[in-house]
Design a protein around this ligand. Structure first.
Ligand code: RUB
Length: 329
């Protein structure tokens, strides 16, 4: 039974995340809580129970948009945990509505503050004359590079185009617009240029309990050739991209996208019998990463478990996920 018919802008928002009009882990997380705000303002529920049932439905709709980036469930749980607790304490519907909005705003604010902190700390690792490499389109990595430029550093960046969706073009434009000398290369040229590169800066969709980083497909190859060339790899990631469920043994689901992103439908007809695989992300093991730059400081990837334990406690269980990411109301 459909309890709540999502208003058009809510279904549009969910669809925009699914089709990648809204994309990148940080943006996905903030957009997801925007969805909860849209729900809170448009729900006509009178009784708290009805509000909670509708909340659950919208929560599931948003949760199912993209499977990999943990920012999405972590952002949604940040709000849901507060609303659940308040409901149990007997809040009325209007209070629950207001709380949903407040929690969503709090999440977005802390997410943007984290990016600012990461940019300030990460930018200190960039030196005059550096040639950096980045892959895909990480708003946090870009913000770090732009912060370095603002603080007066003179460096240049090599950006991989990031097939099949070419997010690297967005990155190259953003960096060039900020006055940073930028060069776009094809993904497979990364090893060719790596000996000239000083540092690699990338973002993350997920950091797992053992310090592995899930990011755009191709990141692990870049990290591998960086290791071969003795180039340091920095990952810019807010702590809400650390995955608590990996502590419980769960594996990160890697999103498999349409083959048509690689070969257009018309071309595919001529390629009978050819199977096309299009994973959106890959896993870079901790031994290929030098530092993860979080809003709490720079940590070696092996310390990821400490961040998770600090956030969720040492007795982490399914019921705790999302809990200690929030201040109790
Ligand atoms: C984007 C991607 C980005 C991370 C981090 O993949 O892999 O590197 O999401 O981005 P997609 P941010 O284009 O498939 O969403 O630092 O902005 O969170």
């Amino acid at each position: 039974m459909v309890i709540f018919l999502a208003p058009r802008d809510l279904t549009k928002l969910a669809n925009d995340i699914k089709t990648m009009r809204i994309r990148g882990a940080a943006e996905i997380g903030r957009a997801a809580v925007d969805g909860l705000e849209v729900f809170a303002t448009s729900s006509k529920a009178v009784k708290p129970q009805a509000y909670m049932d509708q909340f659950e439905e919208v929560y599931q709709l948003l949760l199912e948009t993209r499977p990999t980036a943990v920012s999405l469930p972590n952002a949604l749980r940040y709000v849901k945990h507060r609303v659940d607790q308040a409901y149990k304490r007997g809040m009325d519907t209007d209070e629950l509505r207001a709380l949903t909005m407040r929690a969503a705003e709090d999440f977005k604010k802390s997410s943007l503050e984290a990016v600012k902190r990461i940019s300030e700390m990460g930018s200190k690792r960039i030196k005059d004359g550096d040639l950096l490499m980045t892959h895909c389109n990480s708003s946090v990595a870009i913000s770090t590079l732009i912060q370095a430029k603002r603080s007066g550093k003179e460096f240049s960046v090599m950006v991989t185009e990031t097939r099949p969706r070419f997010q690297g073009r967005l990155t190259a434009k953003a960096l060039a617009d900020a006055g940073i000398p930028t060069t776009l290369i094809i993904d497979s040229a990364a090893r060719n240029y790596m000996p000239k590169v000083d540092k690699v800066f990338v973002g993350a969709d997920v950091v797992t309990a053992n310090g592995a980083v899930v990011n755009k497909i191709g990141t692990s190859q870049i990290a591998l050739v960086a290791k071969e060339a003795r180039v340091r790899v920095f990952v810019c990631a807010e702590t809400y991209k650390f995955s608590p469920s990996t502590v419980l043994g769960e594996l990160v689901e890697i999103e498999e996208r349409s083959p048509e992103e690689i070969v257009p439908k018309e071309e595919m007809k001529k390629m009978n019998g050819v199977k096309i695989l299009n994973p959106a992300f890959d896993v870079t093991p901790p031994e290929l990463i030098d530092m993860i730059i979080t809003e709490k400081g720079l940590i070696p990837p092996q310390a990821a478990i400490l961040i998770l334990m600090e956030e969720y406690g040492w007795t982490i269980g399914e019921e705790h996920i999302g809990k200690t990411l929030v201040e109790e109301e």
